[in-house]
Ligand binder design. Structure first.
Ligand code: AAE
Length: 667
């Protein structure tokens, strides 16, 4: 058994944990109902990832999926893209959340920088979702119409999404810390009929008025017929200033009563549209279906993450990250879903741990970047907060460092399950990560998730074990995108995932599958910027930076550094005679902060003579990223294929200094 960092596991599930695990229950069910007997979790994975029709078909039965018409076959054809799952079935995602309605526990618990712990009962959730759904119908919203939210992670956003899903409307959201351009770039592509927004929010103790931005959105999104405003920051008095015309009040709409009904839609009816940035063009609008997400989230949360009815599930996320969508899946499995709005560092780094104690959190999910910030801040959650209910800490967004693994066990709790997982917006789930049946080793993801045929490929498409390769998925998953919006011939879809290995999904991460079946992710294999789990295409940053008159050209890279740091330098080519002084740097940063997002302000800005480009004119992002990872230039770049190879010299020198600095500080 190869172990990368050390041979002792940090945690091993007890016999009781294994016996009580949902996946053990499922394995017993498979034996009794299907005569399928698996001795190990690895054997179960092999079957689930290869016999995908039998696996996903069994889940339909195991989870008692409620469908008003049955399916004709589990999977029409094993093709990617275009696999058609469960044709003929009609169902509704939201109906499966509400079948868990109970008076025994709250549906949601919420806290923000400004609110004490708020509990939302299933009765309240049902009433408000029913009312908003009726309001949408009254506004003329039909199945398939797009409804968008510029709303934070608060109960009202969850309610609005569930209302959309219940009537078959397609939801899409951006977090209110996204600047105007980022929101318009996303929402304009999908022509929404209704915009839900908040008037403002507080983050890190500062108040942000979003009303001017909403006015801009109304102006720039001609398809929007109605704006519904939730007065979150300013109270009823301040919600309808002259600048905001034609707004309806969320509070007024939600106060009415209407029975909650569930439109029955085809399995592949669009549930929501998420966005993922590529290296060129506008963000990709990824369309996921009701049935695919329902099955994937039931599977992931129940069998891989072991969430049980009555658990209290939290994942620190904004509404602009797919972890918010996955978090809401907690309602599908009968968990109470915990929402937090605000900065995790305000008023101090203990905030979310206090929330964990007060809300009796059982799973605390977060980003690896957050764990690394806790580590640097020196806090002691285990000593200072009552974490007796906490069983699991989840981590994702970027690879969690070995130090991060150790910190959780040493400073949070020695007996908990650290579920470090990886997946992506593209499938709105995690496909490598965790199982309650397996030990946790430092720096490693425990296994590949059930049903996900994940492999590491070399350039020729050979599967690798024990070596780093491209993360690929070689069998379809039900939650793969149905299509990208406005991509009728699947051109962008194919180009995004299938251009390197035809018919095989290339995810864009580097992965090593170890001989024992665990996995290590080594970061992005393309040039997408991924800071704190939020992906942005470099093109979005270029658009903003290069709109400044002084900037002629630019290049940005994001590099995963040892210690969990994400290093994001920006390089600019300036107009003749212009120097990169502090005032220009500040203007570039302000522009990025306000129009893209605060996460995308670079760590440093450097002036360069020219941007290295390929013969076809593409900026040389991945090879330059490789230089900063310490890969020698001969291996990092094909110098012959550059139109201006001399431009590389600067980067070779600069990267060497950064790598040397990195190694010095690592000692
Ligand atoms: C599950 C994930 O993969 C989350 C992310 O990195 O976006």
């Amino acid at each position: 058994m190869e172990r990368v960092f050390e041979s002792q596991p940090l945690w091993e599930p007890s016999e009781a944990v294994k016996q009580q695990a949902n996946v053990t229950h499922y394995m017993r069910w498979l034996r009794e109902k299907k005569g399928l007997h698996f001795q190990t979790r690895e054997a179960l994975w092999e079957w689930s990832a290869n016999e995908i029709e039998a696996f996903w078909g069994s889940l339909w039965e195991y989870f008692s999926i409620q469908a008003s018409t049955p399916y004709t076959t589990v999977l029409r054809q094993r093709v990617m893209p275009g696999a058609q799952w469960f044709p003929g079935a009609r169902l509704n995602y939201a109906e499966h959340a509400f079948r868990n309605a109970t008076e025994a526990r709250p549906a949601l618990l919420f806290r923000s920088e400004r609110h004490e712990l708020v509990s939302v009962s299933w009765v309240e959730l049902t009433q408000k979702v029913g009312a908003i759904a009726q309001a949408l119908r009254d506004l003329g919203v039909k199945p398939g119409d797009r409804v968008v939210g510029y709303m934070p992670n608060i109960p009202e956003t969850a309610m609005t999404f569930l209302a959309c899903a219940s009537i078959g409307a397609t939801w899409s959201s951006c977090s209110p810390d996204f600047g105007t351009n980022s929101v318009i770039d996303r929402f304009k592509q999908i022509e929404p009929k209704v915009l839900f927004a908040i008037d403002g929010y507080q983050y890190g103790g500062k108040r942000f008025d979003r009303r001017p931005i909403i006015a801009e959105l109304q102006e720039s999104l001609p398809s929007v017929e109605h704006t519904v405003l939730y007065s979150y920051l300013f109270g009823e008095q301040g919600t309808r200033p002259a600048a905001l015309s034609n707004t309806l009040s969320w509070q007024e709409l939600a106060a009415k009563s209407a029975p909650l009904q569930f439109e029955q839609v085809p399995f592949d009816h669009p549930l929501w549209i998420l966005y993922s940035s590529g290296t060129t063009g506008l963000p990709k609008p990824i369309v996921h279906g009701h049935g695919g997400i329902l099955l994937e989230h039931l599977k992931c949360l129940t069998l891989d993450k072991d969430i049980k009815p009555g658990d209290r599930l939290f994942w620190f996320s904004t509404t602009g990250w797919m972890m918010w969508n996955l978090l809401l899946g907690g309602l599908l499995v009968g968990a109470t879903v915990l929402l937090y709005d605000g900065s995790p560092a305000y008023p101090n780094m203990g905030t979310l741990w206090q929330f964990a104690a007060d809300a009796q959190m059982t799973t605390f999910g977060t980003s690896a970047a957050y764990i690394s910030s806790c580590m640097k801040s020196g806090i002691e959650p285990g000593q200072n907060y009552d974490l007796r209910h906490l069983r699991t800490v989840g981590s994702t967004g970027s690879p969690l460092t070995p130090e991060g693994f150790r910190w959780v066990y040493e400073h949070v709790k020695s007996d908990l399950w650290l579920a470090s997982v990886s997946g992506g917006t593209d499938v709105c789930s995690a496909f490598v990560g965790c199982s309650p049946l397996l030990p946790v080793y430092e720096g490693e993801l425990q296994c590949r998730m059930l049903g996900a045929k994940i492999e590491a490929f070399d350039e020729a498409g050979n599967a690798l074990i024990g070596e780093v390769g491209e993360l690929v998925i070689t069998n379809p998953l039900p939650s793969m995108p149905l299509y990208f919006w406005n991509d009728p011939n699947y051109e962008r879809y194919r180009e995004s995932y299938f251009s390197l290995y035809p018919g095989v999904w290339r995810h864009g991460d580097w992965i090593k599958i170890t001989p024992s079946g665990s996995a290590i992710i080594y970061g992005r294999s393309d040039s997408t910027i991924n800071r704190q789990g939020i992906r942005m295409g470099s093109s979005e940053i270029y658009r903003v930076v290069e709109s400044l008159p002084e900037v002629l050209d630019s290049l940005i890279i994001g590099v995963e550094m040892p210690g969990g740091r994400y290093y994001m330098p920006l390089f600019v080519v300036l107009r003749e005679g212009v120097e990169l002084d502090e005032s220009l740097k500040a203007r570039i940063k302000t522009q990025l902060r306000s129009t893209v997002s605060p996460h995308h302000v670079p760590d440093e800005i450097q002036q360069i003579p020219e941007v290295p480009r390929t013969l076809s004119g593409k900026k040389l992002e991945v090879p330059i990223k490789k230089l900063f990872m310490g890969i020698p230039v001969e291996k990092a770049a094909s110098v012959d294929a550059l139109s201006n190879p001399q431009a590389l010299t600067y980067f070779v020198d600069f990267a060497q200094k950064v790598v040397a600095r990195r190694e010095d500080t690592a000692v």
